[in-house]
Design a protein around this ligand. Structure first.
Ligand SMILES: Cc1cc2nc3c(=O)[nH]c(=O)nc-3n(C[C@H](O)[C@H](O)[C@H](O)COP(=O)(O)OP(=O)(O)OC[C@H]3O[C@@H](n4cnc5c(N)ncnc54)[C@H](O)[C@@H]3O)c2cc1C
Length: 465
C-alpha cells in the first residue's frame, strides 16, 4: 500500500532540501533494491533517503511525523524476519553512508560508532588496539552495528560473551517527531534513572532511530583453538556439551549440527569427507591465555572422548580454524540445494531442555513427511536454528507454517522463547501472543504508543497491531 499522498515531484524536492539531491533515490530501479531483506518478501518503498548526519535523520523524521509518512530504518538488509522491509511503502532510511568510527578509547575500553559501520569492520579496527568486540553474528561481514543493536543480534560467541545487548553503553536516538535524545553513559556502570538503552536494544526500529552507538570492548584474547568432534548420536553430543559446561568450562563457541544438516553438507561439498556413521557434530572453540587454552582444550578432549566422540580434529592456526569452520558455514548454502524455500526459526530453550525439544521436533516432523527439516545452532546458548525446507507453492507453505506453529508452542511450553536472536519483524509477529501474555503485550503496545503516537516508525513489525 502506497502511503505517500502528496505529489511525488514536490516530495522529491522537499527530501532533496532535507538530505541533498544525491541522497534521494526515487526511480523504480533504485527503490527495488530496498524492497526486501533476508526474507523473500517484496514491498517497494516510495523513496529511499541516505542520511549522512544525525541532523539529516532528525529533519527527515520531523517531516515524516508532520505528514504521517512511514519510516523504515535499514542497515545492510540482512535481517531474517522482515525488519527492514517497507510493508506500508513510505521512506526507507538507508544508514550505509553513516559508517564512521568516531572514536576508539583503549583506556576506557569503549568505541563510538555510527550505525552503518559493518560489524566486522568494527571488530578488525578495534583489534588493531588489541581490543575485542565480541558479538559475532554469522552475518558480521556485511550486517551493520545499527541493525545488530536493533535486533539485539547474537552469534557464536554468546555462551561466553553474551549478545549485543551486553555491549551497548549508550545511544544517540532520533525519536519519531525528530527530537534527539541520548541514553546511558559512556561509563561501564550507570544506574541513574530507567535503563532506556536496554529498551531501545532489540526494539527493531519501532521506537526510535539510532544515529550513534557507544559499545563496550574487552581485551583481545591471546589465543583461539578449535575442535571439530564427531558423534554417533545427538544424545552423546548434547551430553558432552552439557558436561563441558558442568565442568566449569566456558568455550567461546559450542555449535551443534544434526544428521540432516550433515547429509546436506556432504551432498553440497563432497570434499568434506564426513564419515557416514556421524549423526551429530560439535564444533568447539576455546580462547584466552595460551596456557589456559591448552589446559581447557585437553579437558574438553577428555570429556568428548568419554562421551564416545569417535573423531576429534583440532586446529591451532588461523588457516586450520577456517577449514574447520567451513563445515559450519556450508550449512546455509547446502540447505538451499534441498528446496528453494527455507524458513529459518531460531528458538531458544533452557539448555537442560535441548534434547527434549529436539525429540519433539523429530516427532512433529513425522506428521509432515513432505517437508525437509535440519537443525543446527548455538547449543551452548540453547539456541537452535530449525530450518524447514519446502517447495514453492501455497500448500507446502501452509504445511511449513503449521509445523512451525507446533514447534513454537512446544518451545514456549518448555520455558523457551520463539526468537533467540533473529527478532520478530513481521514474519513472526503473529506468534508473539504464544509467548507474551496479554497484560505484558499491552504494556509493550503502550510503550510503542508513547514513543511513536502516529505509528510512523517501522509500522507492522514486532506485534500484531
Ligand atoms: C547469512 C546470515 C547469517 C546470519 N547470522 C546471524 C547470527 O548468527 N546471529 C544473528 O543474531 N543474526 C544473524 N543474521 C540476521 C541478521 O544479519 C541480523 O539480524 C543483523 O543484525 C541485521 O543487521 P542489518 O544491518 O542487516 O540490519 P537490517 O536487516 O537492515 O535491519 C534489521 C532491523 O534493524 C532496524 N535498523 C537498522 N538500522 C537501524 C538504526 N540505525 N536505527 C534503528 N533501527 C535500525 C531495521 O529497521 C530492522 O528492523 C544472519 C543473517 C544472514 C543473512
Amino acid at each position: 500500500m502506497v502511503i505517500i499522498k502528496q505529489k511525488k515531484s514536490a516530495l522529491f524536492e522537499d527530501f532533496s532540501l532535507l538530505v541533498g539531491r544525491e541522497n534521494v533515490l526515487s526511480t523504480i530501479e533504485e527503490r527495488i533494491c530496498y524492497a526486501c531483506d533476508g526474507t523473500k518478501q517484496k514491498y517497494l518503498p516510495d523513496v529511499v533517503l541516505r542520511p549522512h548526519t544525525t541532523r539529516h535523520v532528525s529533519d527527515v523524521l520531523r517531516y515524516a511525523y508532520k505528514h504521517e509518512i512511514p519510516v523504515y530504518p535499514r542497515g545492510a538488509g540482512s535481517g531474517l524476519t522482515g525488519g527492514a522491509v517497507p510493508l506500508e511503502g513510505g521512506i526507507v532510511l538507508d544508514f550505509t553512508n553513516m559508517n564512521k568510527i568516531a572514536e576508539i578509547i583503549p583506556e576506557d575500553l569503549t568505541a563510538t560508532v555510527e550505525p552503518g559501520v559493518v560489524t566486522q569492520t568494527l571488530q578488525s579496527e578495534v583489534a588493531k588496539y588489541k581490543l575485542f568486540y565480541p558479538p559475532d553474528p554469522a552475518s558480521a561481514a556485511f550486517s551493520t552495528i545499527g541493525g545488530n543493536v536493533a535486533e539485539c543480534s547474537g552469534g557464536i560467541t554468546g555462551l561466553k560473551y553474551g549478545v549485543t545487548r551486553d555491549y551497548i553503553l549508550s545511544l544517540e536516538v532520533v525519536l519519531a517527531d525528530g527530537s534527539i535524545i541520548h541514553t546511558g553513559r559512556k561509563t561501564l556502570k550507570s544506574v541513574t534513572g530507567y535503563d532506556l538503552t536496554r529498551l531501545f536494544v532489540g526494539s527493531e526500529g519501532t521506537l526510535g532511530v539510532f544515529t550513534q552507538i557507544t559499545v563496550k570492548l574487552l581485551p583481545l584474547p591471546e589465543k583461539i583453538e578449535t575442535l571439530l568432534t564427531f558423534f554417533k548420536t545427538p544424545q552423546e553430543a548434547v551430553k558432552a556439551a552439557n558436561q563441558i559446561i558442568a565442568n566449569n568450562l566456558l568455550p567461546r563457541a559450542l555449535e551443534f549440527i544434526d544428521k540432516s544438516s550433515i547429509d546436506c553438507i556432504c551432498k553440497y561439498k563432497q570434499e568434506m569427507q564426513i564419515p557416514a556413521e556421524v549423526n551429530a557434530i560439535l564444533l568447539i572453540e576455546v580462547d584466552g591465555k595460551e596456557t589456559s587454552v591448552r589446559t581447557e582444550l585437553a579437558l574438553i578432549e577428555k570429556i568428548v572422548a568419554e562421551n564416545h566422540a569417535f573423531k576429534a580434529i583440532s586446529a591451532k592456526t588461523v588457516i586450520e580454524r577456517e577449514t574447520l569452520w567451513e563445515v559450519r558455514r556450508a550449512i546455509s548454502p547446502a540447505l538451499y540445494k534441498i528446496a528453494p524455500c527455507k524458513i529459518n526459526e531460531d528458538i531458544c530453550v533452557p539448555r537442560s531442555k535441548i534434547l527434549e525439544i529436539l525429540q519433539r521436533i523429530t516427532d512433529i516432523h513425522k506428521r509432515y513427511p513432505s517437508l525437509h527439516v535440519a537443525n543446527f545452532g548455538h547449543i551452548g546458548d540453547g539456541n537452535i536454528h530449525v530450518n524447514i525446507m519446502h517447495q514453492e507453492g501455497s500448500q507446502q507453505h501452509t504445511l511449513a507454517e503449521s509445523m512451525i506453529e507446533e514447534i513454537l508452542r512446544h518451545t514456549v511450553a518448555v520455558g523457551g522463547t520463539i526468537s533467540g536472536e533473529h527478532g520478530i519483524g513481521n514474519v513472526k509477529s503473529k506468534y508473539v501472543p504464544l509467548e507474551i501474555p496479554p497484560g505484558e503485550l499491552q504494556i509493550m503496545k503502550d510503550i510503542k504508543h508513547l514513543f511513536d503516537p502516529k505509528r510512523i516508525l517501522n509500522p507492522g513489525k514486532m506485534f500484531p497491531d
